[in-house]
Design a protein around this ligand. Structure first.
Ligand code: 9G3
Length: 567
């Protein structure tokens, strides 16, 4: 491709509103351009990388036995009303009306569409298992689009759906796609982990997320320092056994704690450690108020709370609600004497002896609190976030944290959609049964960003050779020098004939601009045709290492081939 013929609008300055490296560089190097908040154009170079990632995804999905198709982005509301999600999703689901005022959603995902399609076309167990996938644009009206393609309102997803007559078959396909995903992210040269995840609103039980380790990742991974255990912190179970302190129960006492509200203020004032305190928080769980107790040095895990109550909505009660329900402000809340609100506690609370908790009276706390003597709870459960240093849930090693970018997510859905939408098949005995389903997503545009985030240096992007928009960047230093142009043109033509992917900088720009743009775009190899063109000598430079080689034109292709092979 001649640079004078394509569109690569590189920028000299870093765009102000781009916070992370990949977003800055993809804008600066002319790979993407923003149309509106969270909505982007893929410029020619960006499109080429996207295509390479899609090609890897297709190869691995096809190898795993999935069949590609393409579903509509325009989804009639009736399908979402059948599954019930028309009513449970809020403004994130983009909705519109057609000319006859009929309601549609722009596809955020395709469980409803694929289930209605398979429901109509598949009747017998003989046609199962069936795994269909597509690579398509998804629409989600994110409240705060950010980080460029990482959290956009329109993005490219590969989404697959599998249909089964039994759970063993689902397990097989889940495993096959789990391996396919590992192959995809390995081939994209990404440092990733498959982590145990929470199925959230999707129902079903098993689910894994594929996380690329990155400091700018929005998810936190809890992983073991000795085994391969890794889980999204949202669901990582705490297996700690808590032992009571060996101390006689003391008499309960109410003390004045003037203006001491937070655990730190109270524990310091009363000279006890936070792990001697009971932290009480009022939650609203599907409109029901619940007082949740955790140890002072722990945090309530709202996902675990949601799963415990099998709830749809879990949120912290406001100050006003707290005052109204417990007639006491946040900061002096406690379980003692509370009988009109359900109380649940994390396991760690039960082991507290002679502890501290709020007295449900402003500026007062209780000391010498003994759980089960001074208050009781409806149940003790694992309700806290796992912390660094906790024992790994698999019993091997201790937990460390890392930040991750979610690039893939695989779910065992069960019959959540097939029952809601009556997608049934006739089994061997002729009995009608709901199909068992799995669903599997890869964020293709998000994967592109994760690669850019992992592969860059102070001069720009440094694409892995198999993902770069082109393999070789040919630069003629001075387009007014006939010798240089002649040699550069023949190198360009010869490389194309040998089926290399070549970007030829034939612009009438100063050498400095050409080299800066070349470093920014980040193709794996650069061939510079400069002063020594008259002797047939050119310079080959490896972008990743900065290594340069003086090569005679005759030896050039062998050099390019051997270098590309190592990248
Ligand atoms: C919506 C909106 C946002 C959503 C969803 C639906 C996430 C939604 C979960 C999934 C599950 C799997 C198939 C590919 C793999 C992931 N955000 N999810 O269902 F209407 Cl606005 O998408 N879908």
């Amino acid at each position: 491709m001649r640079q004078s013929r394509t569109l690569i609008p590189t920028l000299r300055e870093i765009p102000a509103d781009a916070e992370i490296k990949s977003h800055q560089l993809l804008l600066k190097a002319g790979f993407i351009r923003q149309n509106s908040s969270g909505v982007y154009s893929y410029m020619p170079l960006g499109r080429k990388v996207l295509q390479k990632i899609e090609a890897i995804v297709r190869e691995e999905m096809d190898k795993a036995g999935a069949v590609e198709m393409l579903m509509p982005a325009l989804q009639q509301a009736e399908l979402w009303q059948e599954s019930g999600r028309w009513y449970t999703y809020g403004p994130e689901l983009m909705r519109l009306k057609d000319r006859n005022q009929r309601e549609f959603a722009l596809g955020a995902t395709h469980e409803e569409v694929i289930t209605s399609l398979v429901r109509d076309e598949v009747k017998s167990y003989k046609r199962l298992p069936l795994t269909l996938y597509q690579i398509q644009t998804k629409f989600r009206d994110e409240k705060r689009p950010r980080f460029g393609l990482l959290r956009g309102r329109e993005f490219v997803m590969k989404d697959a759906y599998s249909f089964h007559s039994n759970t063993e078959s689902l397990d097989e396909v889940y495993q096959a796609l789990f391996e396919a995903y590992s192959n995809v992210f390995r081939r994209c040269q990404l440092n990733f982990r498959a982590v145990i995840a929470d199925s959230g609103a999707m129902g079903g039980k098993d689910t894994h997320e594929f996380m690329v380790l990155s400091d700018i990742g929005e998810d936190t991974i809890a992983y073991s320092d000795t085994s391969d255990y890794a889980a999204n912190i949202e669901m990582a179970p705490v297996i700690m056994e808590y032992t009571k302190r060996d101390e006689a129960d003391k008499e309960l006492e109410k003390v004045l704690t003037e203006n001491k509200k937070s655990i730190d203020e109270v524990s310091e004032f009363l000279t006890v450690s936070p792990n001697q305190c009971v932290k009480s928080l009022l939650f609203k769980i599907d409109e029901q108020y619940v007082l949740v107790l955790v140890r002072g040095d722990h945090e309530v895990n709202d996902i675990k709370l949601k799963n415990l109550f099998n709830a749809g909505i879990v949120e912290l009660a406001s100050q006003e609600e707290t005052k109204e329900i417990l007639s006491c402000p946040v900061g002096s809340l406690g379980p003692i004497g509370v009988s009109h609100v359900e109380i649940v506690a994390d396991h760690a609370v039960k082991a507290i002896v002679n502890g501290v908790c709020g007295a449900n009276e402003e500026n007062y706390h209780y000391i010498n609190v003994v759980p089960e003597r001074d208050f009781s709870v409806s149940q003790y459960a694992d309700l806290r976030f796992i912390q660094e240093g906790d024992p790994s849930p698999d019993g091997q090693g201790t937990i460390l944290f890392a930040k991750g970018i979610e690039v893939g997510h695989v779910f065992k859905l069960g019959t959540r959609y097939s029952e809601a939408m009556n997608a049934t098949y006739l089994d061997e005995t002729g009995k009608s049964r709901p199909m068992i389903m799995g669903c599997y997503g890869i964020g293709v545009s998000r994967t592109l960003t994760a690669v850019a985030e992992q592969y860059n240096d102070e001069n720009g992007l440094v694409w892995p050779a198999n993902l770069a928009p082109y393999q070789v960047h040919v630069i003629a230093v001075n387009m007014k020098d006939e010798e240089q142009v002649k040699l550069a043109e023949s190198i360009y033509t010869d490389l194309l004939e040998k089926h290399y992917e070549v970007l030829f900088d034939d612009r009438n720009e100063r050498a400095g601009v050409k080299f800066a743009d070349s470093d920014l775009i980040g193709l794996p190899l650069r061939i510079t045709v400069g002063k020594k063109a008259s002797e047939g000598m050119v310079e080959v430079k490896v972008r990743k290492t900065g290594e340069t080689f003086e090569v005679h034109y005759e030896d050039l292709f062998a050099k390019v081939t051997s270098l590309l092979y190592t990248l």
